[in-house]
Design a protein around this ligand. Sequence first.
Ligand code: AR6
Length: 173
Amino acid sequence: MGRMHIILDDITKIKADAIVNAANNTLLGGGGVDGAIHRAAGSELLEECRKLNGCETGRAKITKGYNLPAKYVIHTVGPVWHGGNDNEDQLLAACYRNSLELAIENGIKTIAFPSISTGVYRFPVRRAAKIALGEIFRFLNGNSSIDKVVMVCFDEKTMEAYVEALDEIEEKR
Ligand code: AR6
């Protein structure tokens, strides 16, 4: 297991250097985890987000965490699921990779991710879990400056998908 952890929790409660937000292209808030993060962080988060001019799908931008226990929020935009032939897998992997790269640039050592794209954006969760963990492990193998990555699952079904994906990766080792 090492630096990778999977937990069942509410990401707005996590005390890490950064939590990741599954945002949309406007970065101006929404439902799901995005809504929860904006509510918990307070209106200053939206004020800072307004200055960022949105974010492309697969890319990431950073803000402060304001009233959150986390110091920073890394906002990334996952792909909307259109059946799998619209570059969804590559864009989802890019979300994790670009978020981790931004973390390193900002001296972040502990980071928590939600299950990007598997809510409102309808990406199949088992497929998303394999891509997420594969990308995180690939990144950790090449970077020693990140101490801890936590996948924060909000429901049992999501938790099961990520635990299964982790088991599969560990069996291959
Ligand atoms: N902590 C951790 N995970 C959560 C929380 C929470 N507090 N709340 C929800 N989740 P979603 P997406 C889980 O829909 O699919 C927004 O409107 C949720 O159960 O939040 O990337 C944005 O503005 C699911 O497993 O994000 C975009 O428009 C996972 O987070 C759009 O939704 C992702 O679900 C993005 O859709």
